[in-house]
Design a protein around this ligand. Structure first.
Ligand SMILES: NC(=O)c1ccc[n+]([C@@H]2O[C@H](COP(=O)([O-])OP(=O)(O)OC[C@H]3O[C@@H](n4cnc5c(N)ncnc54)[C@H](O)[C@@H]3O)[C@@H](O)[C@H]2O)c1
Length: 313
């Protein structure tokens, strides 16, 4: 089992979860964590290095791949568009080529995003609804999906995309809601956000995202090439604020109307819930309600747990 991006927010719990199930897991990431169980092989490498990936696939006789290495998020993709294209698109192609050259892999699960949809044309949105991404990040993620389908059709790549949405949880490495508000609430500070009161998001707790990824990875047969993995329910940012205020009644946010601003001058796409009917048919059932996920992170922050602090403020 190979997890690219294994040192990341989603990659790390995936690697640890798979290792706990007795899988021989190789983590391949630009960064090393040094905090995996002893059975895990941790390799430092660049996802665009196809020769290295080929060597890893052969050496460890890899039969499954979860592809999580990426430049992640609209903000990062706006700040460094060429790097996002290089890592996300060239990196995925390097991986797909290596998998096709080596053979023996039964499934490649690509962690994709609700950003592929651009402005949602429906709420909840379905996997076969139009995908017209508007952010550089969404465009790279959609390009990877289309390339994955091309490699599947032309070269037999056993490709499946899991479209995740605003996964949150301990150790989330970016300043994206709900984390900044939770950090303020845990620190006894009020929050302020100039715009975003009209934004709706299908926030997904990390444990649920991992459950869905593993179901797509392990299903004997897949009827589709893309699966939404979220909760199936969107909340507005004012509802999110109300949930946090209920957990920590002293906390307040001054929140302006309109869509959320992801980067200076870059508004978030219009979003909503993701239809999870396909994932449900594989046995997926999200287990962590928003209030519980928020409460877990708040408790971790207040206990000073290092995993809940976020590594890139
Ligand atoms: N977290 C979310 O809310 C979310 C939502 C939708 C999709 N996704 C997707 O899930 C995947 C994992 O996201 P995450 O939240 O864990 O992000 P993350 O930033 O924590 O993890 C990405 C990992 O990729 C690694 N990486 C970056 N460039 C690399 C390179 N050139 N070579 C090798 N490794 C490299 C990073 O070191 C990092 O460990 C990504 O594909 C992301 O697009 C995440």
């Amino acid at each position: 089992m190979l997890v690219t991006g294994g040192a990341g927010f989603l990659g790390h719990p995936l690697v640890c979860g798979l290792a706990a199930l007795g899988e021989q897991v190789v983590s391949f990431d630009r960064l090393t964590r040094g905090s995996f169980p002893p059975s895990v092989t941790e390799i430092a490498g660049d996802i665009t290095d196809g020769a290295r990936l080929e060597h890893v696939l052969r050496t460890y006789a890899v039969t499954e791949v979860v592809h999580a290495a990426a430049v992640v998020g609209v903000t990062a993709s706006v700040a460094g568009l060429p790097a996002a294209v290089n890592v996300n698109v060239d990196g995925a192609v390097a991986l797909f080529e290596a998998v096709c050259r080596v053979g023996g892999v039964r499934r490649v699960v690509d962690l994709s995003s609700e950003e592929t949809y651009g402005h949602f044309v429906r709420d909840p949105i379905r996997e076969d609804d139009p995908a017209l991404p508007v952010s550089p990040y969404g465009i790279t993620k959609y390009a990877v999906e289309r390339l994955g389908e091309y490699y599947a059709d032309q070269h037999g790549l056993p490709y499946a995309a899991v479209r995740l949405c605003w996964v949150y949880g301990p150790g989330f490495p970016r300043r994206r809601l709900p984390h900044p508000w939770l950090q303020d609430a845990a620190g006894g500070l009020a929050s302020r956000l100039a715009r975003g009161g009209d934004q709706r998001i299908d926030f997904t707790y990390v444990d649920d995202a991992i459950d869905g990824i593993l179901l797509v990875l392990n299903a004997e047969r897949l009827g589709h090439r893309a699966y939404n993995v979220a909760t199936g329910h969107a909340v507005g940012l004012r509802e999110l604020a109300a949930e946090i205020a209920q957990l920590r009644p002293g906390w307040q946010v001054d929140l302006g109307d309109g869509p959320l601003e992801m980067a200076p001058g870059v508004a978030a796409a219009r979003k909503g819930a993701l239809d999870i009917t396909r994932a449900r048919a594989l046995g997926y059932a999200p287990r962590v309600p928003l209030s519980e996920g928020l409460a877990r992170i708040l408790s971790g922050l207040e206990a000073g747990h290092p995993l809940t602090q976020g590594s890139h403020p």
